[in-house]
Design a protein around this ligand. Structure first.
Ligand SMILES: [Zn+2]
Length: 462
């Protein structure tokens, strides 16, 4: 895909018409910058796109800028490097640490999937290869460059940018890119109006162009007055039943939010006497990053220092097995967040058919996942090669999310002093993006464009 290089152009190489694989190319006078480098995830048709040839020569890209460390924004990096990219990868300091954790986990899953496919002969003719391996991740880590928020980074004679707090996950940032004195604001994912641990998304006064996500463009989160008390009710139910409470949780942000809720309840002397285990090597590694970056969080250093102290960390596999075998009443936080793999499966294997035990969902459950099946009331789910009856209690706190909803996004947009020339909506399913387009045009009367995958736009046209 060759583009006329005289003016500024934007090309949507991923994250258009879908919520995954975010990649937007900015070009001017032969300089090429990629904003985010995400993996396509979810259904097979999307995942297959990761195997396609990259639409331009990765060696011709000068630099990558990451908005945050989620896999759909950074997960393609090892492949980009494998295919010839050698430039710098700019990100905030916490994003740098979290990206390493998330990419290594992703590589491990790719390697295990390939190994399983080869062992069971899913592919009859050829050996199944992993999309990338841990060694590919190792090769891209030296290219990462950390930055603070609000500092100017000069990329070349035409381009400079700053990271601005997005409130989405630790280290998450908007990219405020200036190209020849015109600004293009890339939101990545936008956080909640009032995040539990992080500072709220920064209000921006103006931008010439905005490229904004639309994941929650068609809906609002369930309003909960008091997440803490909702959680306490589930805890008390577990105590009454003398059961085990299993919490499948995302390793970054949600796990730390749950630990913070536990800490707050302990501070208020409301927390029952029960042990809490974090049985997730990835969750433990991510928690260390949260422990490292106090000033990036709105909660106090005292709280950060104290909140993780009473949680029992289980990283060793033999300890994990012993924990599964232990019959005493307890709380276990484990990955993966949508029960697609990880240690939560072993706990579920032990407890799913026991009506005294409880499975608590604390995050969004994607289509086609075991988590979604259970939330939707399926009476049986399959794992470890067998169907198992869902007889334990199923609870969920659905108001927890790292994404701003439609109301919060509209509120954030309303703080701009003047309309941008164009707002591009990406990173959403078609119905979500379309709903947000209608809302923005109706309420703000802005020019909205919904780019298609691989579509390019020339900016600065006379
Ligand atoms: Zn995200």
């Amino acid at each position: 895909m060759e583009i006329e290089k005289k003016c500024v152009s934007l090309s949507f190489l991923g994250g258009a018409g879908t919520v995954t694989g975010s990649k937007t190319l900015v070009q001017i006078n032969g300089k090429r910058i990629l904003i985010d480098c995400g993996l396509f995830q979810g259904i097979k048709e999307l995942r297959k796109m990761n195997w396609n040839d990259f639409p331009i020569d990765p060696a011709s890209i000068d630099a990558v800028i990451l908005t945050h460390a989620h896999l759909d924004h950074c997960g393609y990096l090892p492949l980009l490097v494998k295919k010839g990219f050698t430039g710098s990868i700019h990100c905030t300091w916490p994003t740098m640490n979290l990206t390493e954790i998330i990419l290594k986990d992703s590589a491990k899953i790719q390697e295990e999937d390939a190994e399983r496919a080869n062992k069971h002969g899913y592919s009859k003719h050829e050996k199944t290869l992993a999309l990338y391996e841990v060694k590919d991740v190792e090769a891209c880590l030296p290219l990462l460059i950390g930055h603070n928020l609000d500092e100017w980074v000069i990329l070349n004679e035409f381009m400079k940018f700053t990271f601005l707090n997005s409130g989405h996950i630790l280290g998450g940032a908007f990219v405020n890119l200036y190209v020849n004195n015109e600004s293009i604001l890339f939101t990545g994912d936008i956080g909640r109006k009032d995040p539990m641990l992080l500072y709220p998304p920064k209000h921006i006064k103006e931008a010439d162009y905005i490229v904004m996500e639309s994941t929650y463009g068609d809906r609002n989160h369930e309003k909960s007055e008091d997440v803490k008390n909702e959680f306490l009710e589930v805890l008390n139910e577990t105590i009454k039943n003398k059961g085990t409470l299993m919490i499948p949780s995302f390793a970054v942000e949600r796990t730390q939010e749950i630990i913070y809720l536990i800490y707050r309840l302990k501070q208020e002397n409301k927390f029952p006497k029960i042990d809490v285990f974090l049985d997730s090597p990835m969750g433990i590694n991510a928690t260390k990053v949260f422990h490292q970056y106090h000033s990036w969080q709105k909660i106090s250093s005292k709280e950060i220092n104290e909140m993780y102290q009473e949680i029992i960390f289980i990283s060793d596999i033999s300890q994990s097995k012993a924990l599964v075998a232990d019959t005493k009443s307890k709380i276990v936080i484990a990955g993966s967040g949508m029960i697609e793999g990880g240690r939560i499966l072993h706990h579920l294997n032990k407890h799913i058919e026991n009506p005294n035990d409880t499975l608590l969902f604390v995050g969004f459950q994607g289509e086609g996942t075991r988590g979604r099946s259970i939330v939707e009331g399926d009476s049986e789910i399959k794992f470890f090669g067998q169907f198992r009856k869902v007889l334990c209690n199923i609870r969920s706190i659905s108001s927890l999310s790292s994404h701003g909803d439609r109301e919060e996004i509209m509120d954030w947009l309303s703080k701009f002093n003047k309309p941008p020339k164009t707002i591009f909506l990406n990173h959403g399913e078609p119905h979500q993006t379309e709903a947000l387009r209608v809302k923005i045009q109706h309420e703000l009367n802005w020019r909205v464009v919904i780019p298609k995958l691989q579509e390019s736009f020339e900016l600065n046209q006379p």
